[in-house]
Design a protein around this ligand. Sequence first.
Ligand SMILES: *Cc1c(COP(=O)(O)O)cnc(C)c1O
Length: 336
Amino acid sequence: MKNLVDLRSDTVTSPSKGMLECVLEAKTGDDVYGEDPTVNQLESYVASLTKKEKALFVTSGTQGNLTAILAHCQRGDEYIAGSEAHTYKYEAGGAAVLGSVQPQPIPFNSRGEIPLDLAELALKPDNNHFARTRLLCLENTNVGKVLSLAYLSETKEFAFKNELKVHLDGARAFNAAAKLDVPISEITKYADTCSLCLSKGLGAPMGSVLVGDSETIDRARRWRKMLGGGMRQAGLMAAAGMYALENNLDSLKQDQLNAASFASGIRELQTLGLEEEPQTNMVIIKIDDHKLVTLKEFLKKNNVLISSRRFVFHRDISTDSCTRLIDLMRVFDESY
Ligand SMILES: *Cc1c(COP(=O)(O)O)cnc(C)c1O
């Protein structure tokens, strides 16, 4: 049986041998007492990488975003987010349910940005009819699309002018940094807080890190405890995260190369095409719903998993697998 190629997401990676060895050697303590040296090491490392005062190791990206929204907003406040954003659509309504914070969704434009003219129209006047607009949440990358530094800079100015804070859902911000070839701090400098996933392209089994100024992160730490995210000997998982940051950043570039070569393969097909040019590790193909069902079955028979039109490349997909995948897509395209 050929190796399984799982393109459903970049969350499906398995920890490498090197990472597991690092986990076995990790020094631990009780992190709820602030005594886990490996968690402390990870938090100070990520704070320094992102040039923020403090960092907080959280269980997931969702917990990072939620603790950030709750740290920025009070009951009756409002945050602006994309109508297809993770922070609005894919977090089970956490900010509304647990924080009584109202979301104000705005459609992303084709670049994955929240158009600032629309954000301006959505700002509520200071009047007791309205929720208080306090926070703007961005997403980078947004389904593989990279926000430009120019847009991030405009957003920062817009937020400052309107007394908003900016939270960046940077689940894949390292993919954006790899694409732009800039240090992650060049992206995080435009946001007050940023959550970064260790468990996506970076290949750690779990965990995200939230970064920001000390006061905000201290509030987020309290929320994390309330949400059940106070972990004890979490250094085992922080060690995997440290390993990922020290060893796996370069593989994000390889994922982008694999995605690009897959996209060139698709461009040459007769019936299938690309929805748009890939920017990072995701390729979205153009295919109708009915044909997608057939494609999914065909690929599954050949040990390849997809869940939608979106093919997500990651460190467990080798260049050879990528070549085999292009061959399979050609066979499907010619036979359909
Ligand atoms: C994956 C993801 C998250 C966090 O997801 P978790 O599964 O909770 O770690 C947040 N935002 C975006 C854009 C994501 O893709």
